[in-house]
Design a protein around this ligand. Structure first.
Ligand code: KG4
Ligand code: ZN
Length: 337
């Protein structure tokens, strides 16, 4: 069966076609990042309006490019949440309506389940169970994954998500939006020994995170050393090292607590090279390995939604005729497949 996936939860319109037993047949992505950059962050109303203009033309384009006829599409998966209400409504309305018009089932997909399963699109697939670290602009979550839809929360951020901390710190440094990739690039020129930022909450038991203090630490360091030429790069490097190290310490703790060796890392921040290498080291140190999506499927995309939706549709799951959107939706509420 070929599943059409539609992602529109934030500032990316992602469309993909996934064929069960064959793999990904094609995907297209339109990023609104440039439009939001002038405002320093995502403007929800502008995001919704842009999705409305893109989603149908992108579906047409993808069907054409991949040589797939719409009669071959056997089901439609759309992101129902979590995310921005208006943005979600666009993908959900289009997905639900197309499925009705084409006489195929539709399924409402959890955006974070999409991220979590994205590494399964790669050639080397992790076996269940594993520990998953989800690090995006809106979430930092550690979960024990026993199977598709079987998610036991282990810890989460009590304030800023990891990606949000990257974006806010990048803003302080005048790096624009989204700041994660830009900060990471600048960090390459930074001196790793110039500053040491704290590793928040590692001296306390448990698996929760707190990243908002790092932003304050960055601001104070900048103010104190503003006249130094390399300050922005050095602060970027110290910040990135602190996030990477904190995530690594908590992931090792989670692997030990769950007595597991496989670590899956996904979400926008998992595109970060230093974080990828730190987390690989940790998993290998525990006798296992870390699994990541390819960089383009770390950030929001349609492929992960088509894939997660295909697994659920194949298991007989489908959504009703109503347009389902859930801006807030705990991962633990999902049904096992
Ligand atoms: O998963 P995602 O595309 O959207 C959400 O669901 O939130 O994640 C976006 C986040 C942004 O905060 C962005 O700055 C961050 O991921 N990000 C990165 C990198 N690439 C994207 N952070 C650090 N290093 C990167 N290379
Ligand atoms: Zn995302």
């Amino acid at each position: 069966m070929i599943t059409l996936g539609i992602e529109s939860s934030c500032d990316e319109t992602g469309i993909a076609l996934y064929e069960t037993g064959v793999g990904l047949r094609g995907h297209v992505l339109y990023s609104q990042a440039e439009m939001h950059a002038q405002y320093g962050g995502v403007v929800p109303e502008l995001a919704s309006r842009d999705h409305i203009q893109r989603v149908i033309p992108l579906i047409d384009q993808l069907l054409q490019e991949s040589g797939i006829n719409r009669e071959q599409v056997g089901g439609i998966a759309y992101t129902a949440g979590p995310g921005l209400m208006g943005a979600l409504m666009v993908g959900a309305c289009v997905g639900r309506s197309l499925a009705y018009a084409w006489g195929v089932p539709a399924v409402a997909v959890h955006h974070m389940e999409g991220h979590l399963l994205a590494p399964l699109l790669e050639p080397e697939v992790p076996e269940f169970p594993f520990v998953a670290l989800l690090v995006s602009g809106g979430h930092t979550l550690l979960v024990q994954v026993d199977g598709v839809g079987q998610y036991q929360p282990l810890g989460e951020s009590i304030d800023d998500a990891a990606g949000e901390a990257f974006d806010k710190t990048a803003k302080l440094l005048g790096l624009g939006y989204p700041g994660g990739p830009a900060l990471s690039k600048l960090a390459e020129q930074g001196d790793p020994d110039r500053f040491t930022f704290p590793r928040p909450m590692v001296d306390r038991p448990g698996l929760d995170f707190s990243f908002s203090g790092l932003k304050t630490f960055a601001r104070n360091t900048l103010e104190k050393h503003f006249e130094e030429e390399t300050i922005a790069a050095d602060v970027s490097r110290a910040f990135e090292d602190a996030v990477a190290d904190t995530l690594a310490i908590k992931c090792r703790r989670a692997l030990r607590q769950c007595e597991l060796k496989r670590l899956v890392v996904a979400g926008g921040v998992s595109a970060n090279r230093r974080i990828r290498s730190r987390l690989s080291e940790i998993a290998e140190g525990e006798g296992g390995m870390a699994y990541f999506p390819r960089p383009e499927f770390c950030t929001d995309n349609g492929a992960m939604i088509a894939f997660a939706g295909a697994l659920r549709l194949e298991a007989g799951e489908q959504s009703g005729l109503g347009v389902e959107t859930r801006p807030r939706w705990p991962l633990s509420e999902l049904a096992a497949v």
